[in-house]
Design a protein around this ligand. Structure first.
Ligand code: PGA
Length: 249
């Protein structure tokens, strides 16, 4: 069975609550699409108003991060149950900005993956190499490590419903999209890695996105690749161009 495409916006640290509602109103008609899953991953403070503004549309709401504990003395963190109660369905985990600026490790990401599933949230787990790592030829080793550790302890049934976003760090926010061949090569490698950890059926079911400067013009070719099941979109998710990416066909 063909995998359903999933296009997720990652708003990062942009939009106040009132700006967020205005953006949802603007994008709502543009992202209407029956055969693609559309997700808006928004800052924590925007979640409640965005869930409200997206009611009755095809837009699912995601968080950009969460903590791996249930509750307690973790000042400033957001618990999985808080996200679920607010109407969140997806959560980005292990984005390279969190790994790079906030010191998140593969082990942290794994704990968050396990917690997300315990609470019925679908993780969008990010992986990807820096330019230096690509030039040294360790891209696939590194990405396999991120995926293998990230998925530790998860069952095949859980893995089947997860989303992995392959995002080369050098392509994020730089306007420098990976070539279609580079993106497909790593996404296919990730699928092969999932087949090794689990089995072919799991590898066939899991959805793998490409992320890094995706735009309305690059999406059609990227999303036509055998192992690319959509995109995780930063900059372009804040603009009307996001509608073009969703309706890439
Ligand atoms: P970008 O960001 O589309 O602005 O490159 C992608 C991401 O970081 O998820």
């Amino acid at each position: 069975m063909a995998r359903r495409k999933i296009v997720a916006g990652n708003w990062k640290m942009n939009k106040t609550p009132s700006e967020a509602v205005a953006l949802v109103e603007e994008l709502k008609p543009l992202v209407a699409c029956e055969d693609v899953d559309v997700v808006f991953c928004v800052p924590a403070i925007d979640i409640v108003p965005v869930v409200e503004a997206a009611k009755g549309t095809n837009i699912a709401v995601g968080a950009e991060n969460m903590y791996f504990e249930e509750s307690g003395a973790y000042t400033g963190e957001i618990a999985p149950a808080m996200l679920v109660d607010a109407g969140v369905k997806y959560v980005i985990l292990g984005h390279s900005e969190r790994r790079g600026y906030f010191g998140e490790t593969n082990e942290d990401v794994n704990k968050k993956m396990v917690k997300a599933f315990e609470h019925g949230l679908t993780p969008i787990m990010c992986c990807g190499e820096s330019l230096e790592e690509r030039e040294q030829g360790v891209t696939m080793d590194l990405v396999r490590q991120q995926v293998k550790v990230g998925f530790l302890g998860l069952t095949a049934d859980q893995a089947k419903t997860a989303v992995i976003a392959y995002e080369p760090i050098w392509a994020i926010g730089t306007g420098k999209v990976a070539t279609t061949e580079q993106a497909e090569e790593v996404c296919a490698g990730i699928r092969a890695c999932i087949a090794e950890i689990y089995d072919e059926a799991t590898a066939e079911a899991i959805r793998i996105q490409y992320g890094g400067s995706v735009s309305g013009s690059s999406a059609p070719e990227l999303f036509a690749q055998a192992d690319i099941d959509g995109g995780l979109v930063g900059g372009a998710s804040l603009k009307a161009d996001f509608g073009k990416i969703v309706n890439y066909k």
